[in-house]
Design a protein around this ligand. Structure first.
Ligand code: FE2
Length: 228
C-alpha cells in the first residue's frame, strides 16, 4: 500500500475532530471543529527508481514539503484574518489567491509521485487503457499528445483528465500550479515539467525526462483514479 494514501486520507478527514498533538491547529474558543494540518506523504518506494537519481528525488521531496507547510500556514493565516475582522483587507485577498497556488502545488506533487514507481506499461484489460484506446485511437497516439503537452514552453504540468460530465479524456496543460485546470474533471495522470523535476539528471533535455517518466509510470494508480 502506498504511503500517499495516509496523506490523502488525512486530507479527506480535515474536518474530523482533532485527536490532539502537534498536528492540531486550534483556532478560537468558539470553533466547533478543529482542523487538522496537512502532513507530507512519504514516497520511500521511489528511491532507486530507474531514470531518477537519489539527489533529484531528495530535492523534489524538499520542494513538496514546502508546499505542504505553506498550505498549512496560509489556511491558518486566512482563518486568523477572518476571525480578526480583516477579511476585507488586501492581505486577505492576496492570501486567498495564493492558496490555489500552494494547495495545488501540494496536491499535484502527491498525484505525480503517486503515479511514479511503476512498470510504465498499462494492463491492456484495464479501464483506463481501453478508454485511451477508444478516445485517442491508440495508446501511442495518446502518448504522443501527452508528451507534446509536456514539452510546451513554460513551467507547469501535463495532466490526463477525465471529464466526469461527458466521460471524455483530455491531455491538458496546467500553468504553474493553478491555471488551466479543467473544472469538474478528475486528474488521472500527472507529470511535473517544472525544471526542478528534471534539471539535475537531464539538464535542459525535457524530452529525455518525459521518456524516463513514461518508463516508470504506475498505471495501476492511474486506473484507481478513474471514476466508475
Ligand atoms: Fe515539482
Amino acid at each position: 500500500m502506498r504511503k500517499v494514501m495516509t496523506a490523502l486520507a488525512a486530507a479527506a478527514a480535515i474536518f474530523t475532530a482533532a485527536p490532539g498533538g502537534a498536528q492540531e491547529t486550534k483556532r478560537g474558543e468558539n470553533m466547533q471543529q478543529t482542523l487538522q494540518a496537512y502532513k507530507a506523504a512519504e514516497y520511500t518506494e521511489l528511491s532507486g527508481m530507474p531514470g531518477f537519481s537519489a539527489q533529484l528525488i531528495a530535492n523534489h521531496m524538499k520542494l513538496y514539503q514546502g508546499y505542504v507547510n505553506n498550505t498549512n500556514a496560509l489556511t491558518e493565516k486566512l482563518a486568523d484574518l477572518l476571525e480578526g475582522g480583516k477579511e476585507k483587507t488586501p492581505e486577505y485577498g492576496e492570501l486567498k489567491r495564493r492558496l490555489g497556488w500552494e494547495f495545488n502545488g501540494m496536491r499535484l506533487h502527491e498525484l505525480y509521485f503517486g503515479n511514479l514507481g511503476g512498470t510504465g506499461t498499462p494492463r491492456q484489460n484495464s479501464r483506463v487503457y481501453k478508454a485511451i484506446q477508444e478516445q485517442f485511437g491508440g495508446f501511442e497516439a495518446w502518448k504522443k499528445d501527452f508528451a507534446a503537452t509536456g514539452l510546451m514552453r513554460g513551467i507547469g504540468w501535463a495532466a490526463l483528465y477525465r471529464d466526469n460530465v461527458s466521460g471524455r479524456l483530455f491531455n491538458a496543460w496546467i500553468n504553474e500550479h493553478d491555471g488551466g485546470h479543467l473544472a469538474g474533471c478528475t486528474p488521472l495522470l500527472i507529470m511535473d515539467v517544472f525544471e526542478h523535476a528534471y534539471l539535475t539528471d537531464y539538464q535542459l533535455d525535457r524530452a529525455k525526462y518525459i521518456e524516463a517518466f513514461f518508463a516508470v509510470t504506475e498505471w495501476e494508480a492511474v486506473e484507481r483514479r478513474l471514476p466508475r
